[in-house]
Ligand binder design. Structure first.
Ligand code: NAD
Length: 262
């Protein structure tokens, strides 16, 4: 196994399940020390405990990423436990049930903005200075990867509040990348299409027909006509964060089976 992240400290938010959990496992397998966050303290402890048993160095920091104090605590944990912060995967996020915009409550959009946008904003606000210091003092490059969505690049019928929040994530990503480009920090976003996690199970459970029928309708607009697998998305994360990938910043990269190409 290639160990591209040996000795580096990686923060992953939303690590209790789904994409965040697989990301934590893959970064650990490639030598990273981890600081894991999630609002689900029990699920987070289970993931951290499993990695710890596997011989990996892991700190678990439960908390709600829509609160600034959570972002501060994650960065402080990285610096106090491992003395450095190299990579952050700002992955925690929420969606809402499929609903036409005219039927959405304002509170739904507010929740998307609080978790998906403020969570990433507070993350960037506190991760950037720590990474810029690491570059200025020790020449270490920092990498921030925000998990947006293909709904951050194109419109998403029945997911308009989610799409608005993910477009904002792309805007924060591009702006932060331009501000930090000469200070040793790269900032990118990935934009997955529907991927097989509990988030998509939440959509299909609420749809008519069997789960397979529901997935069939969801993927009908995707040229590959299938869901993404978490492993495929995490491979994109690893590639974007890898030290060899030193000239990519400010990008919002679609991992979407061709959805945004048509
Ligand atoms: N699965 C998909 O189809 C898909 C597609 C595009 C983008 N995404 C994005 O990928 C990211 C991960 O999604 P997933 O599919 O793994 O979903 P998931 O629901 O399986 O996992 C999300 C994780 O985030 C945590 N979380 C939620 N709110 C939080 C909060 N306020 N503070 C801290 N943690 C919180 C949850 O507890 C959970 O562990 C999200 O940002 C999501 O929007 C997912």
């Amino acid at each position: 196994m290639e160990r591209r992240f040996s000795g580096m400290t990686v923060i992953v938010t939303g690590a209790a399940r789904g994409l965040g959990r697989v990301a934590a496992e893959r970064f650990a397998a490639e030598g990273a020390n981890l600081v894991l966050g999630d609002i689900d303290a029990e699920g987070l402890e289970a993931v951290a405990g499993g990695l710890h048993e596997g011989g990996h160095s892991v700190e678990a920091m439960p908390g709600d990423i829509s609160q600034e104090a959570t972002a501060v605590a994650l960065v402080e944990a990285a610096l106090s436990a491992f003395g450095r912060l190299d990579i952050t995967i700002n992955n925690a996020g929420v969606a809402h049930p499929f609903q036409r915009l005219a039927e959405l409550e304002g509170a739904t959009l507010e929740r998307m903005l609080m978790v998906n946008v403020m969570g990433i904003f507070y993350g960037l606000k506190h991760q950037i200075p720590a990474m810029e210091r690491g570059f200025a003092e020790a020449g270490r490059t920092g990498v921030i990867l925000n998990v947006a969505s293909v709904a951050g690049l194109v419109g998403a019928p029945l997911l308009s509040a989610y799409a608005a929040s993910k477009h904002a994530v792309v805007g924060l990503t591009r702006s932060a990348a331009a501000e930090t480009a000469r200070r040793g920090v790269r900032v990118n976003a990935i934009c997955p299409a529907f991927t097989r996690t509990d988030m998509v199970a939440g959509f299909t459970d609420a749809m008519w027909g069997t789960p397979d029928d529901a997935i069939g309708r969801i993927v009908s607009s995707i040229p590959m006509r299938r869901l993404g697998e978490p492993e495929e998305i995490v491979q994109g994360m690893l590639w974007l964060c890898s030290p060899e990938n030193s000239f990519v910043t400010g990008q919002a990269i679609a991992l979407d089976g061709g959805l945004s190409a048509v």
